[in-house]
Ligand binder design. Structure first.
Ligand code: NOJ
Length: 560
């Protein structure tokens, strides 16, 4: 039987940057409530809200101080209930982030855990992961050389207990000990609280890191010791059995780097874990392996279209009839898609529309990231001080240590940092882009006067109109359930596929490149009509094989 989350269309709201209602420069829940009509208008029916919990905001709320409290930056619990009410009245759903791997170091559990004089020290100490120091030549050393995901050493010393604690993200985010049943019990209480309040599901953060190698072998960077260890599935299954599945929730698990072999275990129809999976396989098909100054995801190369198509097609096939797929270009952890895989200068508008065509007729539950629908771009941050993300500062130091110049390091950060995709939503050309009446917590993109919602709402040919058209089509034709056939996977420029809905077939043809392309049509176009095009094409040219840079067309025909 069809589940509600299968036909959903999700929009991710990065709360801090979406809309500031109380004019303190920070987006908030009331701001979001004021924009629900906008979300409804673009064709979204589920809102994913990034962490809204009380937090010192070392990692913008992924470092939680109190799971039961709403951050004062964002409002109150009453505001959150209001959000649920407003959404539910419109038949929309709300899912929240659920952060299981760590807490803030200011969480009362950690406050007790780190302090031997705390009355509950003994109980909470084992909520976290500790190790005694190593000594070399009489000098205190970290237990291992493991490096966390933000590029910093994964252990920090706690003098009061003479131990190191493990943190695979920032040092203000100590990792929880999932082997401890008491900790799991406490976490289940948290989850139950939000279910009882009425949330419709969760996007579960960093799920593949829950288990660690408790032998703590040395290694550099050592990821294999704290990521994707098989036992993390047991913890997820426990939550799935007891909380997620009995409550008919939408559960989207984030497991960066998850393999297709693991896919069904995470999100197969008979999985006890999630309903769908975020894996990011297609998110970095443009890295330059030869770059040693700003290596890894920071090394910008050319987009490998073949790998991109392969990735989408294989994940589709893995889940076909056996599980459920989520489709997305990006989120708050990757650069803006039009800057990343499109062209944010000469072909900004056309490439943003092409990217929409390339993704949004693929089956699965789609996730639109805020601002994507108006083609928001990466930000031209001028100075290091303009950035906010904790990860940026450790990585900047790493790049400089590798020998990168200040400018090379800055360019890598502009191109690839998470802050590039976290600037305030561009609502209008009013001061501060209509996001707030005061200076926002992070700089506004200087292009807000030309790229903004208000302007695009007035034009039938805007990127926003394309999103509305495609999302409406998706809902009407139930394309979340479509069948998919990709063509010419090995072609380095085209991105062509057929999406077969209940009544119609849609042939999507994209020139995924800044060069013109003579398209080889995979099917005879005689029986198709043009449904959509991102260039102004006259009747005669509708079946022309000549595709301009980033041109995309969608052809439609009745199912035979
Ligand atoms: C994944 C989240 O998407 C990211 O923003 C965060 O920094 C880490 N998990 C740690 O919670």
């Amino acid at each position: 039987m069809e589940k509600w989350w299968q036909s959903a269309i999700i929009y991710q709201v990065y709360l801090r940057s979406f809309k500031d209602a109380n004019n303190d420069g920070i987006g908030d829940i009331k701001g979001l409530i004021g924009k629900i009509d906008y979300l409804e208008e673009i064709g979204v029916d589920t809102i994913w809200v990034s962490p809204h919990y009380d937090s010192p905001m070392d990692d913008n709320g992924y470092d939680i101080r109190d799971f039961y409290k709403v951050s004062e930056d964002y409002g109150t619990l009453e505001d959150f209930k209001e959000l649920l009410k407003e959404a539910h009245e419109r038949d929309m759903k709300v899912i929240t982030d659920l952060v299981l791997n760590h807490t803030s170091d200011e969480h009362p559990w950690f406050e007790a855990a780190k302090d031997p004089n705390h009355p509950e020290h003994e109980y909470y100490h084992d909520f976290y992961i500790w190790h005694e120091p190593k000594y070399e030549d009489g000098k205190r050393k970290r237990p291992t050389r493991w490096i966390g995901w933000f590029g910093n050493p994964a252990w920090t010393y706690n003098e009061a207990t003479d131990e190191y604690y493990l943190h695979i993200f920032s040092r203000k985010m100590p990792d929880l000990n999932w082997r401890n049943p008491e900790m799991r019990k406490a976490m289940k209480k948290v989850i139950q609280f939000w279910i009882d309040l009425g949330v419709d599901g969760f996007r579960v953060d960093a799920t593949n890191h829950l288990e660690k190698n408790w032998d703590f072998p040395d290694g550099y960077p050592g990821y294999e010791n704290f990521s994707s260890l098989p036992k993390h599935h047991e913890y997820l299954q426990e939550l799935g059995r007891e909380l997620f599945h009995p409550n008919d929730l939408m559960i989207i698990g984030e497991a960066g780097g998850a393999t297709r072999e693991e896919a069904l275990q995470y999100a197969g129809f008979d999985s006890e874990e999630f309903n769908m999976l975020i894996h990011f396989e297609h998110c970095w098909v443009d890295t330059d392996e030869t770059n040693t100054l700003t290596p890894g995801k920071w090394a910008k190369g050319t987009v490998d279209i073949t790998r991109l198509k392969e990735s989408f097609y294989r994940w589709y096939k893995v889940f076909k009839d056996k599980g459920w797929n989520a489709i997305y270009w990006h989120n708050h952890d990757q650069p803006r898609i039009v800057s990343h895989y499109g062209d944010d200068e000469t072909h900004w508008e056309r490439s943003a529309k092409m990217l929409a065509c390339a993704l949004y007729l693929i089956p699965g539950t789609p996730i639109v990231y805020y601002g994507e629908e108006i083609g928001m771009t990466n930000v031209d941050y001028e100075n290091l001080e303009d950035f906010r993300d904790v990860e940026v500062f450790t990585e900047y130091e790493n790049f400089r240590r590798n020998g990168a110049s200040h400018e090379t390091a800055m360019q890598a950060l502009r191109d690839r940092s998470r802050d590039s995709a976290r600037s305030p939503m561009q609502w209008s050309d009013a001061p501060y882009a209509g996001f707030s009446e005061v200076k926002p917590w992070i700089p506004i993109n200087s292009n807000y006067e030309t790229i903004n919602v208000e302007r695009q709402q007035q034009s039938k040919s805007s990127i926003l109109s394309t999103y509305k058209t495609l999302l409406a089509l998706r809902a009407k034709e139930n394309l979340n359930f479509a069948d998919l056939t990709f063509y010419d996977i090995s072609h380095p420029q085209s991105f062509n596929y057929l999406s077969t809905g209940e009544h119609h077939e849609y042939l999507v043809l994209c020139n995924f490149s800044e060069k013109p392309l003579t398209m080889e049509f995979p099917l005879d176009l005689q029986t198709f009509d043009v449904y959509y095009s991102n260039v102004d094409i006259g009747k005669a040219e509708r079946k022309s094989e000549e595709f301009a840079p980033y041109e995309a067309r969608i052809y439609k025909r009745k199912r035979q």
